[in-house]
Ligand binder design. Sequence first.
Ligand SMILES: CC(C)(COP(=O)([O-])OP(=O)(O)OC[C@H]1O[C@@H](n2cnc3c(N)ncnc32)[C@H](O)[C@@H]1OP(=O)(O)O)[C@@H](O)C(=O)NCCC(=O)NCCSC(=O)C[C@@H](O)C[N+](C)(C)C
Length: 275
Amino acid sequence: MQFYSKEDIQAFDTVRFMYIQTTLTGHIFTITLNRPEKRNAFTPTMAEEIIYAIAYAHYNPEVRCVIVQAAGPVFCAGADLNAFHDSSANQTNDTLPQSREEARLGDAFEQLLKPSIAKVEGPVLAGGFLIICGCNFVVSTPNANFSLPEVKRGIWPMQVMASLSKVVSDRKALEMAISGRNYTAKEVLDFGLVTFIVEKESIHSEVDKLADMICENAPLAITAGMSAFQQIKNLAEHEQHAFLKAQLDHLLQSEDAKEGVLAFKEKRNPDWKNK
Ligand SMILES: CC(C)(COP(=O)([O-])OP(=O)(O)OC[C@H]1O[C@@H](n2cnc3c(N)ncnc32)[C@H](O)[C@@H]1OP(=O)(O)O)[C@@H](O)C(=O)NCCC(=O)NCCSC(=O)C[C@@H](O)C[N+](C)(C)C
């Protein structure tokens, strides 16, 4: 993780977050965006808090799945519009370790080598897309809606487009950015921005079920696989085969790979050691 080191996250228990809450229950780490009065619009400090929490999840071997959810009626209203022009809108969090370089929300999610789920119960706007595009699963209620209103504010979703175009086609990403209109959950499900839609009453239990299912799978294999999946993008095609073979050979030496086969033969659930 580019922005924080393993040493930085040792201070995690002493950090007092201003804009998020976190919980670790079993292997599931939950980040709650907690600025409902401003519809979870994020200031640079709030973004930094989210990134630090992601770094914690990334380095903590206990964490096997991350859920991002939001307090209040809106999942995220994007970047705080006041913070663009008014530096007094930016309170700093002095309890956070200093990040090693300017941290970016989209990049942090990309570098998280643990599966992540966005639990979306209300509108997602603008910079909020950095979160949902960064998560591996987006579970949404039917009433949530999705929009890139930047063009209505005289700007353009620069960084968002980089994240969005990894999830949907360039044509759809441009359509959303140029129109600036609201898309329903059903519409964005159809082009893959949302993974599935569930009724409001069952979203918590459905997301918990999904997280439990992820946690039952081999954590080392998932992390190694997510890392390899990222790394091959930087390799020439002729280098990819050897790289992937080496990655698999390495994984085959792991205790978990042996346990996975043994548990299958013994007709029992595997007991993963993450080694
Ligand atoms: C989200 C929303 C639909 C919710 O409506 P509501 O009726 O439930 O709530 P509200 O009364 O409009 O807002 C409640 C409070 O929340 C504040 N708020 C809402 N969105 C905000 C925002 N983005 N920045 C600052 N305050 C924001 C409102 O100003 C207000 O504050 P006040 O009570 O002090 O008046 C409505 O607030 C809204 O349209 N907000 C604006 C959203 C918007 O334009 N976002 C664009 C942000 S720019 C952006 O994200 C650019 C991004 O691409 C750049 N980067 C990638 C680098 C991060």
